[in-house]
Design a protein around this ligand. Structure first.
Ligand code: ACM
Length: 257
């Protein structure tokens, strides 16, 4: 199967324009699963919660319906980061959409920096969805710094982590290689580019293999869609030597939670 990231440059506050851009990328991509960045419809760096509330999406809602139409026509799947409105509450969420509509959503567990002034902490927990050919786990951006996030998704059976991001620190792309190795899992990090106020986003979206190979990596400054072929069976073999299995060899009785 083919998976892709779409590294985009969301325009601040321009939801219709940003949605159109994702739809046209989705239509043109040949990938079976394509991952878009965190908050890919609204932009990221909001001073005011009120402004973000006005332009946030219900899930399901207009965006998930429009994405579903293209997924149905093209028989494909999409993961995208969305600022989710539920009543007057806001969550930093990711949706998984397929040919039959919304499959599920994840609300970001670990909020980064000023996100704590905008969003409630996610209450869904880490989720894995079985698409038949691949089991997809969801996490969002700063969740990367907590190894427990990827580990939990691996323990729940994910073959691949779809990871919408708006990265501003320089560490994540390197860390995701380790997340892949320590869980023997594919990762697809879809980051954004551009600048909003004092924040500069780092691009370099990437796809890693269960052996920690970088299968694709984007530039820092251009919009890019990159697609690779993966074999989910590679992520189901957790053996690192004939005598070691990265999940079965764990000794949780000695770990602090
Ligand atoms: C981040 O979690 N958006 C850095």
């Amino acid at each position: 199967m083919r998976v892709a990231f779409a590294q985009t440059h969301p325009q601040y506050g321009e939801v219709d324009e940003n949605l159109e851009r994702t739809l046209s990328i989705l239509e043109r991509s040949r990938a079976d699963l394509i991952v878009f960045p965190e908050m890919c419809l609204t932009g990221y760096n909001f001073e005011s919660r009120r402004k973000l509330l006005e332009i946030s999406e219900e899930i399901p809602g207009k965006a998930t319906e429009e994405w579903t139409e293209v997924c149905r026509e093209e028989n494909k799947y999409l993961v995208a980061g969305v600022s989710e409105r539920e009543g007057r509450r806001l969550y930093n969420s990711a949706v998984l959409v397929g040919p039959n509509g919304l499959i599920g959503k994840y609300r970001k567990t670990h909020l980064f920096h000023r996100e704590k002034e905008l969003f409630l902490p996610g209450d869904t927990g880490f989720r894995v969805f079985d698409l038949g050919s691949v089991r997809v786990g969801l996490m969002i951006c700063f969740d990367w710094i907590f190894p427990e996030a990827a580990r939990t998704l691996a323990l729940k059976g994910a073959d691949l982590i779809a990871h919408p991001a708006n990265l501003v620190l320089p560490y994540c792309q390197g860390a995701m290689i380790t997340r892949s190795i320590e869980n023997r899992i594919y990762t697809v990090t879809a980051n954004r580019i551009g600048r909003e106020g004092s924040l500069e986003f780092t691009g370099m979206s990437q796809i890693t293999s269960p052996k920690g190979e970088i299968l694709a990596r984007a530039s820092r400054e251009r919009e890019e869609v990159r697609e690779v072929k993966i074999d989910p069976r590679e992520a189901r073999d957790k053996k690192i030597t004939d005598n070691n299995d990265v999940l079965k060899d764990r000794r949780p009785e000695f770990y602090e939670v």
